[in-house]
Design a protein around this ligand. Structure first.
Ligand code: MG
Ligand code: ZN
Length: 214
């Protein structure tokens, strides 16, 4: 009598297999990796720059910048004194794990504590592609409106932290902070929510503490 043994192993996508390899590289080097996701213009690069500045002397930070085109953001990061690699997706709307694997060759991994990955500006599909990161951060901003969590629940649900940037604009915009927080909590009960302004520096300290502990 033959017994059929059911295959219960989860079959990983090609992307997720590479993501696991990336993760083992990061773990071997003792690097904590944080994947930043947001709509275009929410302030991902500004938050990366503030984080480099705020953790200078405490954490050695490297950056991978994902963009459709240009190396404007990587140049800004390099000017701030952090090693940076630009990935141009050539129109692709998210980063994937193989792109990140290729980018690692351009970073001094043995000299890093923290790697910040700025994903392509897009709140839809980047969340579906693991890169090997340990933490995921969603950056929202006041001008985008307080209904963002209700419109993109699938993005908010996977996040380890949520940043609300540009709070210096609150006096000028109809934005209900409590409604935003309720929207986040409706889909995600565990992610801390950081209210801050990269422009003025207000509220950065708790974010920096979270990032340093990542
Ligand atoms: Mg940017
Ligand atoms: Zn995409």
């Amino acid at each position: 009598m033959t017994v059929q043994i059911p295959v219960v192993e989860q079959v990983l996508s090609a992307n997720d297999q590479i993501a696991l390899q990336n993760r083992s590289v990061f773990d071997r080097y003792g690097i904590a990796v944080v994947n930043f996701m947001a709509s275009p213009g929410a302030g991902k690069t500004s938050l990366v720059l503030r984080s480099i500045e705020g953790l200078r002397g405490r954490r050695r930070i490297g950056v991978i910048e994902g963009d459709l085109a240009s190396r404007i953001d990587a140049d800004r990061v390099a000017a701030a004194g952090a090693p940076a690699v630009q990935i141009n997706t050539g129109g692709g709307c998210h980063l994937d794990a193989p792109q990140v694997a290729d980018a690692l060759a351009g970073l001094p991994l043995a000299e890093l504590d923290l790697l910040l990955i700025e994903n392509v500006g897009n709140l839809v599909c980047p969340t579906n592609f693991l890169l090997g990161e340990h933490r995921r951060v969603l950056v929202a901003s006041v001008p985008e409106g307080d209904d963002k969590p209700l419109k993109y629940p699938g993005s908010f649900v996977t996040m380890d932290a949520v940043v609300l940037n540009k709070i210096d604009l609150l006096p000028f915009v109809d934005f209900d902070v409590a409604a935003f927080e309720r929207g986040v909590r409706a889909v995600n009960q565990r992610a801390p929510i950081f209210l801050l302004s990269c422009r003025t520096g207000e509220g950065l300290e708790p974010w920096l503490e979270w990032l340093a502990a990542a």
